[in-house]
Design a binder for this molecule. Structure first.
Ligand code: ATP
Ligand code: NCN
Length: 195
């Protein structure tokens, strides 16, 4: 099987993530997309605002209606810094006959040279990059060892970020239609992000 990996903080998960996963899967002919919430993103100084349990639960609610989407809690269970190379090694050991494609937004494509043990990671899987509003992808900036592992797909642009959602909630503004309805209800019920 061809499996896409959608890693992220998902603090909270939003329609930008879901749309990107769906369209990237279609464009690259992937059989499934596995969502892997990180415990602590390697390049972010701060831990996510919501707990591991709440972020896992929100992803579960958001993907429940899509038969091609799955949730993997490996990075949460592993704890510590969530280096993708460690996850990729576990995936390759556990599912030796599958092919893995790490799905990343444009911001992350340009940041690839800084990923932990990136050249080893490029030998274990390929990356599928897609545009994100406000960022451009310039593959020429990447050295060939990395560039050759990246495939770019076109997806509809949707200007939503978790940061903007957290800001809106804190300011008492609406986030309806930015996140799936069950996620909105969960955020309100658990009073996450100062709601
Ligand atoms: N609106 C979007 N369109 C396309 N890709 C996105 C979008 N939002 C996030 N992504 C991608 O999804 C992955 C996980 O992102 P992440 O969970 O950090 O969300 P975020 O909205 O960027 O969060 P934050 O604002 O807290 O940094 C990254 O590869 C990121 O580039
Ligand atoms: O392994 C790394 O060094 C690395 C550096 C930056 C980002 N990543 C992964 O890229 C994915 C998107 O990151 P983020 O912070 O936008 O959620 C997520 O799965 C991160 O763990 C991984």
């Amino acid at each position: 099987m061809k499996i896409g990996i959608m890693g992220g903080s998902f603090d909270p998960i939003h329609h930008g993530h879901l749309l990107a996963a769906e369209h990237a899967a279609e464009a690259a002919d992937l059989d499934e997309v596995w969502f892997i919430p990180s415990h602590a993103a390697p390049h972010k100084d701060q831990r996510p605002r919501a707990s591991d349990e709440d972020r896992l639960h929100m992803v579960k609610l958001a993907i429940a209606s899509n038969r091609r989407f799955r949730l993997l809690d490996w990075e949460i269970l592993r704890g510590g810094v969530s280096y993708s190379i460690e996850t990729a090694e576990m995936l390759r050991q556990t599912y030796a006959s599958d092919e893995f494609y790490w799905l990343i937004g444009a911001d992350m494509v340009q940041y690839l040279p800084h990923w932990h043990r990136i050249e080893e990671l490029c030998r274990l899987l390929r990356f599928i990059g897609f545009a994100r509003p406000g960022t451009t992808i310039d593959l020429d900036e990447l050295k060939p060892e990395i560039r050759d592992s990246v495939q770019i797909v076109q997806i509809p642009l949707i200007e939503i970020s978790s940061t903007e959602i957290r800001r809106r909630i804190a300011a008492g503004r609406s986030i309806r239609y930015m996140v799936p309805e069950p996620v909105l209800e969960y955020i309100e019920e658990r009073r996450l992000y100062g709601s």
